[in-house]
Design a protein around this ligand. Sequence first.
Ligand code: NI
Ligand code: MN
Length: 231
Amino acid sequence: MEITYLGHAGIHLATGTSRVVIDPFISPNEHARAAGLNLASLDVDDLLLTHGHEDHVADAPVLAARAGVHVIANYEVAMWLQGKGAHAVLPMNHGGVLHRPYGKVRMVNAVHSSTLPDGTPGGNPAGFIIEAEGLRIYHAGDTALTMDMELIGRYWTPDLACLPVGDVFTMGPEDALAAAEMLECDRVLALHYDTFPPIALDKDRKLRAQAAFAEIGKELIFLQIGEQITA
Ligand code: NI
Ligand code: MN
């Protein structure tokens, strides 16, 4: 599976058969545009949205309107997109699992908030565990460190955990290390940092966090926007 960092909390997963995009934030993100990304050339089959905040759903109405795209989100966010002309929505809620052509999508807890950009209540925020090609990828959404991660580690140990590390609105890189331990996950992809001044991480803090991960045999990965890794 190829995983491409789309900037902010956005990732693109390419399996042999499907393209899964989570929380794309490209057109309003100057860093993503500077890296050469654009919505028109983004290949999407399933569009997964963790919660209703602008920096996670801004590009969703345009992508969701495309023929063939299925939106997977909580009921409130899914209905909001349906009202904006989404082609197909698959609403779900925490604890549920959807079976998709490439595998399974499980919705899990996140500790955060979820109001939509126009003030519509966005339900409760979530993370996703995507199971495909024998691998489990966890996208935590926006969240604090939470004991739910221990539950995920115990029952659905991820091969790769995509965790927010920008602090202020989510956990920071130090808590991400504790999250990796609870998740029993050796490979963490950093998300939700550097997009806006309040969540900028200085280079030293990134290096210190990476060293702390390495000390316990784990890896904290910071990708350039548009860069790929293989899971
Ligand atoms: Ni948020
Ligand atoms: Mn956010």
